[in-house]
Design a protein. Structure first.
Length: 177
């Protein structure tokens, strides 16, 4: 397992922070991309629990932790048919969850070439895995040219929200590359 990269953030990430009025750039984790991170069916970037606990949780507000289901990092929860889930009835009257929405807190993810994608930071119920996910993950991987075996760093920062009146905190942002 790789150690957390505490080296100075790359220049492109620093430039992004300055351009978008960000602050407090810090390394959350580094990892080698696995096939599962690039799998079209999974549509997510898996975060290491140890890194989330050590480098991210303390930077989140209580509301963000609740929205991201990160109150108990790594703990599994029983899956339930919630209002946000699409539910289909079976003949016996049992409910089956199909396409369960795990919710999550909105986060902008910037990559080296300047592209930004809107993803969700969340924890999956069944496995307790922490992920950045959403449909735009595939596009982000394509634009960044990510391949299995690439070594990447995930950096965290805050960005001043465009409509600060509508937000209680500054926007959650990541740089990945």
């Amino acid at each position: 397992m790789e150690e957390y990269d505490v080296a100075a953030p790359p220049e492109w990430a620093q430039d992004t922070v300055e351009k978008h009025q960000g602050s407090d750039l810090r390394c959350v984790m580094s990892k080698t991309l696995e096939q599962s991170d690039l799998d079209r069916n999974q549509n997510r970037f898996l975060l290491r629990r140890k890194a989330v606990r050590a480098n991210l949780i303390t930077a989140l507000t209580q509301r963000e932790k609740e929205e991201a289901n990160l109150m108990n990092v790594g703990s599994k929860r029983k899956r339930m048919a919630l209002l946000s889930a699409r539910v289909e009835r079976l003949e016996e009257g049992y409910k089956k969850v199909a396409g369960r929405s795990h919710g999550g807190v909105d986060a902008s993810v910037y990559i080296r070439n300047g592209w930004r994608m809107e993803l969700k930071l969340t924890q999956w119920d069944g496995s307790g895995s922490n992920v950045l996910k959403d449909r735009e993950w595939r596009l982000l991987c394509s634009l960044a040219g990510f391949r299995r075996g690439d070594f990447v760093r995930l950096l965290f920062r805050r960005q001043v929200a465009e409509r600060e009146v509508e937000r209680q905190t500054n926007k959650l942002c990541f740089a990945l590359g």
